[in-house]
Design a protein. Structure first.
Length: 454
């Protein structure tokens, strides 16, 4: 892997300004497409287009396109006509080709597809575009090797050689019946150890791990991890083999999903990058900030009705940040555990009440410890105000219980409603727990002050 230093970039920029095609070409000659994509990310658009256009190997150019980030790729594609884009798509695997076409504007897609020379490739792309991009069908490619169960081993080897001419990589050999239904996988080792077998159906491994075209990508990723796969066959509703998903595509999707979830949990409402426009970043961040302002206003209204108690016992005000902060932290912890469990498949909705019960037990232990520690601290630092001591401790106990249950319940509810549960680990939980925590503190303090005043 090539690491570009500032000096490397400046050297190449100088050669670009001098239009030194041979010099830049020599720099690019032995670079992997991913390294060339990294170089293009460090150049401005005009320079990147110039470098991209002097690459002579068409297949390498197509691979460089797919190695670029979506935004950088889109900028390059905007400078191409549909015929050029169609030629590059011709050189891509169908799954990558579909990803690229989906990034184009609706009105450009049909025109680009019409310029794909390989009609079989074009047909496969049109078929794949029918699937939801967040399902196995939208992620799969149609490049794979399949053989009939009734083939002899020599027939099988001959067929594999024929199909392999069109493939860059071979992961598995899939075995199908006369109706193209997937019935097994033929390990390459058995081609060597059973060269004289009469039919491959006698040595194939039956019941391979498969996914259907409508399987969500999250479930596909879980299966890849669970069974340590490098590729997985995709079948339609009646079991016919229609495609294959490879581990590199799954990893790309997992990374993108992780980035989206992290941003959502941070209070960013859409997928943005550091180099996006100021307006795009503002639009993505502002909604939750405004919701946070509303939460702050609600808190101020609550405190307005609590002024008399604070004026009488000023020590009550000292612990307001402690109540809000603890509730937010506890809620985020609980929701993060649930979201993680849902993401890796270790937590299912059918076990929701069991998970809530576990979290309640954890909350009770945490609440006892936290409220006990704070009670001792307040009794020592505010020995004259027993009401404050017990108000803070009892409020914290209730807040920890509520925040834990709320932080567990919300992501489970969002998952059932088919809404990204990562939303529950962000400002939504913190704002709600701030408001509810303050209400609990106000109620407890008022009650304790009345109790001790008697």
């Amino acid at each position: 892997m090539k690491e570009f230093t500032t000096e490397d970039i400046e050297k190449i920029e100088d050669m670009i300004e001098e239009a030194d095609i041979s010099g830049v070409g020599a720099e690019l000659h032995d670079l992997h497409p991913a390294d060339i994509a990294e170089l293009l990310r460090n150049l401005n658009l005009r320079q990147a287009e110039w470098v991209f256009n002097i690459i002579e190997d068409k297949e390498k150019k197509a691979e460089v396109l797919m190695e670029l980030d979506e935004e950088d790729r889109k900028k390059l594609l905007e400078g191409m006509n549909p015929e050029q884009i169609g030629h590059y798509i011709d050189l891509l695997d169908t799954d990558d080709a579909v990803d690229l076409i989906q990034e184009l504007d609706e009105e450009d897609r049909d025109e680009v597809i019409q310029h794909i020379d390989d009609m079989e490739q074009a047909g496969d792309i049109v078929d794949l575009l029918q699937y939801d991009e967040d399902t196995a069908g939208g992620l799969m490619g149609t490049e794979y090797i399949s053989v009939n169960e009734n083939f002899s081993m020599p027939e099988c080897i001959k067929e594999i050689r024929r199909q392999a001419e069109e493939l860059d990589d071979i992961y598995y050999v899939y075995v199908v019946d006369d109706d193209n239904r997937l019935i097994g996988v033929l390990p390459l080792k058995k081609m060597v150890t059973h060269p004289a077998v009469s039919k491959i159906k006698h040595v194939m491994e039956r019941d391979p791990v498969v996914v259907r075209t409508d399987t969500p990508i999250e479930d596909v990723a879980i299966d890849f991890e669970k069974y340590d796969l490098v590729a997985m066959p995709v079948v339609d509703s009646i079991g016919r083999l229609v495609g294959q998903i490879t581990v590199d595509d799954v990893m790309d999707e997992v990374r993108e999903q992780s980035e989206r979830d992290y941003q959502l949990a941070s209070g960013i409402s859409s997928d943005i990058d550091a180099d996006d426009s100021i307006w795009a970043q503002t639009k993505a961040r502002l909604p939750w900030l405004l919701i946070g302002i509303i939460g702050g206003i609600v808190n101020s209204v609550i405190l307005t009705g609590f002024e008399a108690q604070i004026a009488a016992v000023t020590a009550l005000a000292i612990f307001i940040p402690l109540i809000g902060g603890t509730g937010g932290n506890v809620g985020v912890q609980a929701s993060a555990i649930v979201v993680q469990g849902l993401a890796n498949g270790r937590l299912e909705l059918k076990n929701a009440w069991k998970q809530i019960g576990r979290e309640v037990l954890v909350a009770l232990i945490n609440a006892v410890v936290i409220s006990g520690v704070v009670l001792c601290y307040v009794l020592v630092t505010q020995p004259k105000f027993y009401a404050v001591s017990f108000a803070v401790a009892s409020s914290l106990f209730c807040v920890v219980i509520f925040a834990t249950v709320f932080g567990t319940f919300v992501p489970l509810t969002l998952e059932r409603l088919k809404i990204n549960p990562a939303l529950a680990t962000g400002p939504f939980i913190q704002i709600t727990n701030d408001v509810v925590g303050l209400l609990i503190y106000v109620a407890m303090s008022t009650w304790m002050l009345r109790l001790f005043s008697h």
